[in-house]
Design a binder for this molecule. Structure first.
Ligand code: ATP
Length: 364
């Protein structure tokens, strides 16, 4: 497998649309790299530039130390799985998977070995004699993935390969893709707009917005230390809650103040805010739904009028508003709460984040 490097890569389409700006990234051998972000942020364009299906307007693409900007797709030795998987309808599953090996004149015995191994990894060995019409959507998608993983390219490029599957199959296939990554020791570059897929599959996630990388980091770093409000709001489900608050000194302690609430900061955060000159200023408080608790010091209680209660089984989600800002809290199922009532919840002050009101950068 291979390592890739993108240096100041930009893409401007003929109509003037700037899809990717100044993209800089090193992708290590065996990395499962995820490109994630809202619709239109430039994920597919980036992948297509790596594949050679889209010209790079400026910047450099290196694969294993060789400059690839002008190399045709067939010579880049990359394998791509698309959202719309195409199978040959007249060929069996076996022949569909074997196809890319046959055109490369691989010996029959090796083809057989590789097809069976791919079929085992994807749990489709019992389907090898069937034709595509006799397969379910999920099985077809697995065959499409099989026809790519039999090859041993430098890297696999995948553009939303699970998007046509129902929720249960998606979950199953997520696990299978993780296994494939480990078993093949593969370098995978994977596009999705599904942040759960991103978090569970990626060894490194690149969050993009409007053609620009916002943050590139392992999943737990993105979750715990997002660089800005965009990343904080994009990663995590339900999304992080944001409330504009004042930073003030009260009773010799530093606190954040918003609609009748006063929350004391822990010493580290208080120190950090004073040092960076935020005392007396307004900032965004960011708190994840799971960082609200049922109990806490009385004076730190946050009153939430519950508008909607969602029962998830293992948890409940309480939705309401604080000072006009929509708030969601994830609490234990036995927490007494009903729509229309007011509850007291407590923010875990060691887990809160604060963001600059103008730059939206993480302050803490
Ligand atoms: P999605 O999640 O919806 O697939 P994406 O993040 O993959 O989105 P891209 O398909 O890379 O986004 O598109 C990035 C931007 O470039 C979008 O604004 C899109 O409209 C634009 N774009 C894509 N292809 C072309 C094209 N051939 N000509 C002009 N603009 C294009």
């Amino acid at each position: 497998m291979a390592s890739l490097s993108l240096v100041n890569v930009c893409k401007t389409f003929k109509n003037g649309q700037i899809a990717v700006k100044d993209f800089n990234l090193d992708i290590k051998d065996e990395e499962f790299l995820i490109l994630v972000g809202p619709s239109g942020c430039g994920k597919s364009t980036t992948l297509r530039m790596i594949a050679g299906l889209e010209e790079i307007s400026s910047g450099e693409l290196w694969i294993d130390g060789a400059l690839m900007n002008l190399t045709v797709p067939q010579k880049r030795d990359l394998a791509m799985v698309f959202q719309s998987y195409a199978l040959y309808p007249h060929l069996t599953v076996y022949e569909n998977i074997a196809f890319s090996l046959r055109v490369r004149n691989i010996p029959q015995i090796e083809i057989e070995e590789r097809v069976k191994k791919a079929a085992d990894i994807l749990c489709i060995r019992h389907l090898l004699d069937r034709k595509p019409f006799a397969l379910s959507g999920g099985q077809k998608q697995r065959v499409a993935i099989g026809s790519v993983i039999v090859r041993k390219p430098k890297a696999y490029l995948m553009d939303e390969p699970l998007s046509n599957l129902d929720a249960k199959l998606r979950t199953q296939m997520r696990v299978e893709l993780s296994k494939i990554h480990k078993e093949l020791g593969a370098t995978i570059i994977y596009v999705t707009h599904d942040q759960v897929e991103a978090m569970t599959l990626g060894t490194k996630i690149v969050v993009m917005n409007a053609g620009v990388i916002q943050q590139a980091a392992p999943p737990e770093v993105l979750y715990n230390n997002p660089v800005n409000k965009f990343v904080a709001g994009f990663i995590g489900s339900p999304s992080m809650n944001f409330i504009p608050v004042w930073v003030e000194r009260r009773e010799e302690r530093i606190c954040i103040v918003f609609s009748n609430n006063r929350l004391f900061l822990n010493e580290d955060n208080a120190h950090c805010l004073i040092e960076s000159g935020y005392l007396g200023r307004r900032v965004y408080l960011g708190i994840r739904p799971e960082d609200f608790h049922e109990t806490g010091p009385k004076e730190q209680a946050i009153k939430l009028k519950v508008e909607i209660k969602e029962v998830l089984g293992s948890d409940i989600l309480l939705h309401g508003k604080i000072g006009g800002n929509p708030i969601c809290g994830r609490l234990k199922p036995d927490f007494p709460s009903e729509a229309g009532t007011e509850v007291s919840i407590f923010a875990d002050m060691n887990r809160i984040l604060l963001f600059d009101l103008d730059t939206e950068e993480n302050i803490l």
